[in-house]
Design a protein around this ligand. Sequence first.
Ligand SMILES: Nc1nc2c(ncn2[C@@H]2O[C@H](COP(=O)(O)OP(=O)(O)OP(=O)(O)O)[C@@H](O)[C@H]2O)c(=O)[nH]1
Ligand SMILES: [Mg+2]
Length: 356
Amino acid sequence: MELNQLREKILSFSLDDGPRGNQGYSRVLLQLFGYMGHGKSSFINSCKYVLEDSETLTPYAEAGETEDDGAMTTIRAAYDLTENITMVDNRGYKFMDSFERAEIYAQLGNFIPIGEKVEWTGNYTAMMHRLEDAELNPNYSDFIVPILIYSATCCLSNRKEVQTFMDNCVKMTGVVPIIIITKKKSGDFIKIEKQFKLMGAEVITAIENYTNEDQNKTLGRTKDILMVIHRALADVTFHLGQKRNSQRDWRERKKFLLEYIHKSDLEKKEEERKKEDIKRGKDREKQKERRREEKNITEEMLRTFDVWKRPEVRKREEEERREEERWREEARKREEEERRVEERRREENDPSCIVA
Ligand SMILES: Nc1nc2c(ncn2[C@@H]2O[C@H](COP(=O)(O)OP(=O)(O)OP(=O)(O)O)[C@@H](O)[C@H]2O)c(=O)[nH]1
Ligand SMILES: [Mg+2]
């Protein structure tokens, strides 16, 4: 397809043109997700740039690096591509722990209002309150297409969590997320492309975003980016070709999120319980170790004391023994002497012994 034809198709896209009409939908929401710094905001700027007939790039969405390694985009912001197509710059994530993921799904389900700061609450009650707020002002009319932005500079080491995210996108929206590999000149995008294919991705496009520093339009880059938007609209047309009900879809998304939050809460409690068990086990081990050490020290002290004390005792015992022997010898001598004196006395008194 010619570039201008492609652009025209996108600009004139309307949900009313589907075979069954709009079925309650009035806007296509291209929702961007991905890790911090992978190029979500830059992709929005690139899309706007290729659709506009301008020679210089306007940075609609603020892109760049933060000094503290945090997220550049923290407020969920929307950018209109056309009257019927809006792109949403969702907050990038660093780790995908269960609560961070719940916030991601709250954004995906469109339960966090546009323009609101996204906080990773990690708190079950706060999330439930947020959902109750969404109930007050429900948005049934956005047809959501998830787009996952992944930088070629990374190596998909977190494949399991990315796969879970992709699967849940399908559960929540019915649409397999479109994969955009950014920074294609800075990493092995072919390898990542293959890995995403194996994970069930249907559309994978590797691009080099247009940025402030690199905004020379080329045919290949411009076409690649326009084709992504076009393919997202083909997905919408496909789904609206089937019977849909925008309110029921909204309720289904909400049900999924409620179950997810509940499961996350249970997982978190279970995790805390396990941590507590491990801590208690470690404390018990430490206590045992301390007792063992104390026992060893006591035994060592007793041994030392015994060694220190034994010569003294032996000396004293020896002295006592000698004293007793001395005493016995003296007693024996005394008895001998007494016996001799007695004998002499008897001899002196015995008349038979008197010499005539
Ligand atoms: N070379 C190159 N740089 C890119 C590309 N995409 C984004 N960047 C740069 O990467 C940095 C981060 O890009 P952002 O668009 O702010 O990333 P983000 O995903 O919106 O980041 P958060 O808002 O923090 O989640 C910026 O300095 C961009 O100029 C790309 O395709 N190629
Ligand atoms: Mg951003």
